[in-house]
Design a protein around this ligand. Structure first.
Ligand SMILES: C[S@@+](CC[C@H](N)C(=O)[O-])C[C@H]1O[C@@H](n2cnc3c(N)ncnc32)[C@H](O)[C@@H]1O
Length: 261
């Protein structure tokens, strides 16, 4: 009989207790943190760009367009806004209005499309089609160009439905990347790209990485809601780009213009 068992039989009789070998508790699996990674700070933006612009005119000028050319296209915007208001009365809209791009972002998209005179524009995230309306109106005024838009909702885009320059793809909601990749693989270049779909980091990064190789010198990679995750600042840092940012009331729009070759 071992010493411990002998001692324990005495102890049990005298006290009701016994001595046991200490066994540390089995380690518990560490629960994965469900907390989202932190969004970018003001410092993340100012590290990449001198300042955040608050006016679309200044953003367009900071991207390299002459101030007088910018002023001309900005002057066209009031008329466009009236047309958009009218369109809202004629079409049935389905999405919360706050999903649509802000006024300054709308003007920036119109201005970018007028100044770039793109053959091909791609946007992800249509909702009722505010951003699509801005881009298509500019393409009409330019007299050429096609907008390829992507959404997972088949009812997206009522504001621009039937527009002859518009090609809408309704992506499979379970696999939206597949439809997106299939369509953009077929495009030679994307002169202007706008991200405004799923604003999670992985999807934002996926879209920037997919679109960037197709953007020619002088073309623009724009993204709404770059303040929600660090994807845009990380992407810009990785490719060594110098983006410009528009602080538009409650969101930040980012725009990277690819340098001329
Ligand atoms: C912020 S809203 C777009 C607003 C639109 N750009 C406008 O100005 O009216 C986001 C849209 O992205 C769509 N969406 C969400 N995830 C998507 C994905 N992975 N691919 C394409 N669209 C997606 C949603 O159905 C929604 O209509």
């Amino acid at each position: 009989m071992s010493l411990r068992r002998t001692a324990n039989s005495y102890l049990r009789r005298l006290t009701g207790y016994e001595v046991r070998q200490y066994r540390p508790p089995a380690p518990q699996p560490v629960a994965k943190s469900k907390r989202k990674p932190p969004p970018p700070t003001l410092h993340d933006f100012t590290k990449l760009s001198v300042q955040l612009e608050v006016s679309p005119d200044d953003l367009l000028a900071a991207l390299g367009w002459p101030v007088d050319e910018v002023a001309k296209v900005v002057d066209e915007f009031d008329e466009l806004n009236d047309q958009l208001k009218q369109r809202y009365t004629e079409r049935q809209t389905l999405f919360p209005e706050r999903w649509g791009v802000e006024q300054g972002t709308g003007l920036t998209l119109y201005g970018l499309t007028r100044l770039l005179k793109p053959a091909t524009v791609v946007e992800t995230g249509i909702a009722d089609g505010r951003s699509s309306f801005m881009i298509l109106s500019a393409l009409d005024r330019n007299g050429h160009g096609t907008l390829y838009s992507f959404d997972v909702r088949p009812d997206a885009g009522s504001l621009v439905l039937g527009h002859p320059r518009w090609k809408r793809t309704v992506s499979d909601a379970k696999e939206p990347r597949r439809s997106f990749t299939e369509v953009i693989d077929g495009l030679d270049t994307i002169d202007l790209f706008l991200h405004d779909s799923d604003h999670g980091y992985p999807n934002q990064m996926f879209e920037y990485e997919s679109a960037w190789p197709k953007i020619p010198p002088g073309g623009v990679l724009a993204s709404d809601d770059v303040d929600l995750t660090k994807a845009y600042v990380d992407f810009a840092t990785r490719i060594g780009a110098r983006p410009q940012f528009l602080f538009d009331r409650r969101k930040i729009l980012g725009a990277i213009r690819r340098e001329a070759a």
